[in-house]
Design a protein around this ligand. Structure first.
Ligand code: HEM
Length: 355
């Protein structure tokens, strides 16, 4: 029989639910490197928190959203204008999804520039990269559900891009559309992906990500000169680190509420498959790829995206390869990171101001 947390009522509960509370106590007392006291080092907790906000607000929206081409737009319109607090829940869902993308990108930059992906954390970098892809797919499928003109045509461009992927492209595009063309099946698929498949995948990958972090521990910073004493190198996960994370959560909720009040989620014209808009705009985090598409061709942009994605996915191994050949890997990493980030930012701003 496992130990009770504090006797009395706790003892009764421990009998009803014979869980090894010692394990929880032990896990909570895990020392965490001191640099996690700085918010930019524990940015991984932010998308985790926002994911919970997304699930909670998403469930509320699901009560009113109708996933059929004839009713989808009208149901979003009703959520925005008629359902009590519908506009607010929809706005929090929209702002939180954008914050989540920003937080994941910032977390990835922190991991990249501190080279925290090195051995033995290569696999966790890859799991994290899949989480980035998943977060963007959440955004893409969610935007398509609104069934307004821009979201409909954004989905059309995305399925055309998928179609241009060598070998497996046509199969992926067929699966996304639910047929040779975009049709009623497409919306049902995006809906199932958005509320079923992606959350399950995200839950699985997040669990694996956290499990690997727990098994490896968070990377300790290397100190130049004399090492600080133990109490300046570590602090406790519970309650110190959890308190920092909770404070960040409260601040985020504040920010999301203010943004939802000042800039509530809007609704464009309804989707019209017969009228192609003059300028198609996807979500902002796809701008860079959309600009690439316009600067090159469908095939070249797909190949470039695949190549860049592949380099990013396998970066820990490329870093290891460089490490064995050069003494200046720290500098190379900074240059690669700055060029990649500025490239992303430049293409994004270019697309944003283009029309
Ligand atoms: C939904 C997305 C993600 C969540 C919720 C998440 C969560 C976390 C958390 C809580 C940590 C612990 C330390 C910290 O807070 O920085 C962490 C560490 C880590 N993450 Fe993520 N992460 C996500 C995406 C990513 C991405 C996109 C990458 C990289 C491609 C990545 C790679 C890593 C690595 C390598 C570590 C270990 C860092 C170290 O040991 O210092 N994660 N993640």
């Amino acid at each position: 029989m496992s130990a009770s947390p504090n006797g009395g009522l706790g003892q009764r509960f421990a009998e009803l639910f014979p869980f090894d509370w010692e394990t929880i106590r032990h896990a909570g007392a895990e020392p965490v490197p001191f640099h996690l006291k700085k918010w930019w080092f524990c940015l991984g907790g932010t998308p985790m928190y926002l994911f919970i906000v997304q699930v909670a607000t998403g469930i509320m929206l699901t009560f009113y959203y109708v996933p059929s081409p004839d009713h989808a737009y009208a149901s979003v319109d009703a959520i925005t204008t008629q359902i009590r607090f519908g506009w607010f829940i929809r706005s929090i869902h929209m702002w939180s999804s954008n914050f989540m993308i920003v937080a994941v990108i910032l977390h990835m930059l922190r991991v990249f520039f501190t080279r925290a992906y090195r051995q033995p954390r290569q696999l966790n970098w890859m799991v994290g990269f899949m989480l980035l892809g998943l977060t963007m797919t959440f955004g893409f499928t969610g935007y398509s559900l609104v069934y307004e003109q821009l979201s409909y045509w954004g989905a059309t461009v995305a399925t055309n891009l998928a179609n241009a992927v060598p070998v497996v492209g046509p199969l992926i595009a067929y699966f996304m559309r639910g047929g040779a063309e975009i049709g009623p099946q497409t919306l049902t698929r995006f809906y199932m992906l958005h509320i079923g498949v992606l959350p399950l995948l995200a839950f699985g990958l997040l669990s694996l990500h956290v499990l690997l972090i727990r098994m490896h521990g968070v990377t300790e910073l290397q100190f130049e000169g004399e090492e600080p004493p133990e109490e300046r190198r570590f602090f406790r996960f519970w309650p110190e680190h959890v308190t920092t994370e909770l404070m960040i959560g409260v601040l985020l909720m504040y920010l999301l509420t203010i943004l939802a009040l000042i800039f509530p989620a809007s609704l464009g014209a309804p989707a019209d498959p017969t009228v192609t808009p003059a300028h198609i705009k996807p979500e902002w985090y796809f701008y860079w790829d959309f600009r690439l598409l316009q600067l090159t061709s469908l095939k070249v942009s797909v190949l470039l995206t695949g190549l860049l994605g592949g380099i990013a996915f396998f970066w820990p191994f490329i870093d290891g390869w460089l490490e064995r050949r050069s003494k200046n890997v720290d500098l190379i990493v900074v240059v690669v990171g700055v060029v990649a980030f500025l490239g992303f930012l430049g293409l994004t701003i270019w697309e944003a101001v283009a029309y």
